[in-house]
Design a binder for this molecule. Structure first.
Ligand code: NAP
Length: 291
């Protein structure tokens, strides 16, 4: 039924190369509606997280759509306030309950903060227990990744990082893919920042192929062997974002897009101490106080 290609992870499991992102749909009815629509539109990779507060939509949307659990690839992410062995062990069981399933296809450490090594061991233990099929990372830079890889038996299968035309992360993509760690792009459209959908270069390429700017961006990522998880609550946009497997960007077009790189995050720098304090400080404090 689906023409979505898969990528084989370093643990042998296969992940669809395109999926549905669920960030910023916190209201239960909205999340159920958007996810039901996405499943009806043919999405089979779902990307949620504890912190998105919409894991509860999964079982309801599955039921509404009639799609079987085994036909869907489910990703969720462990939040910073659960980033220790004991907290993660408990959180994984709570996630399974909230998701209404007895396994998670892929679970990621959402951020590189807290006791990431303890949390990683909990993910690995849950994998051995059959609760999780693949384990991976998000927002990890190569240095911290290397420390984790070298010191642990269980190698991460994937790293989910920000990648869009404004922040292409060429070196990091090359690094992770070179170590057989799959790369998945969050905010492929930079959430619309920098008027991305009206960029002249992208518009011209889109016209060449009778496609939209959004489709060109997703195609550009897929041609770099990156997994994409665009988010839209709109039915037409969901359909549009899936329809990217019937055209190919030329080498010249790929090169034109390469020149759009501004070389910095469109959101925040995960290595900036002020950002860590502002955005993650509260969760880290919760983690500390609960130990
Ligand atoms: P995004 O996919 O780059 O952009 C989503 C925005 O673009 C929404 O406002 C959406 O609006 C709009 N949009 C979607 N398709 C469109 C189209 N074809 N034409 C015009 N506008 C369109 O941003 P994102 O949601 O931040 O990233 C995607 C997923 O990555 C998330 O949902 C989440 O699963 C994951 N993520 C992970 C992290 C992490 O730290 N690991 C961080 C951020 C995101 P409507 O919904 O109104 O259509």
């Amino acid at each position: 039924m689906s023409n979505i290609p898969t990528i084989t992870l370093n643990d042998g499991n296969k992940i669809p190369q395109l999926g549905f992102g669920m960030y910023q749909i916190p209201k239960h009815e909205d999340a159920v509606k958007a996810l039901t629509q996405a499943l009806n539109n043919g999405y089979r990779l779902i990307d949620t997280a504890e912190v998105y507060q919409n894991q509860g939509a999964f079982q309801e949307a599955l039921k509404n759509s009639g799609v079987k659990r085994e036909d869907v690839y489910l990703t969720t992410k462990l939040w910073v306030s659960n980033a220790s062995f004991a907290k993660a062990e408990k959180a994984i069981d709570e996630d399974l309950k909230e998701l209404g399933t007895d396994y998670i296809d892929l679970m990621l450490l959402h951020q590189p903060y807290g006791d990431v090594y303890g949390a990683w061991n909990a993910l690995a233990a849950a994998k051995r227990a059959g609760k999780i099929r693949s384990i991976g990372l998000s927002n990890f830079y190569p240095d911290l990744y290397m420390n984790l890889e070298l010191a642990h038996e269980d190698k991460p299968a994937l790293n989910q990082i920000e990648i869009n035309p404004w922040f292409q992360q060429t070196n990091d993509v090359k690094f992770f893919q070179g170590r057989d760690v799959a790369v998945e792009a969050w905010a492929p459209f930079a959430e619309g920042k920098g008027d991305i959908f009206n960029n002249e270069v992208l518009k011209e390429i889109a016209e060449n192929h009778h496609k939209t700017v959004g489709q060109v961006i997703l195609r550009w990522l897929v041609q770099r062997s990156i997994i994409v998880i665009p988010k839209s609550v709109h039915d037409e946009r969901q359909k549009e974002n899936m329809d990217i497997f019937d055209f190919e960007l030329t080498r010249e077009e790929m090169e034109k897009i390469r020149h759009l790189d501004k070389g910095g995050s469109q959101f925040f720098d995960h290595r900036d101490p002020a950002v860590i304090d502002d955005i993650f400080g509260e969760s880290l404090k919760q983690l500390r106080d609960s130990e």
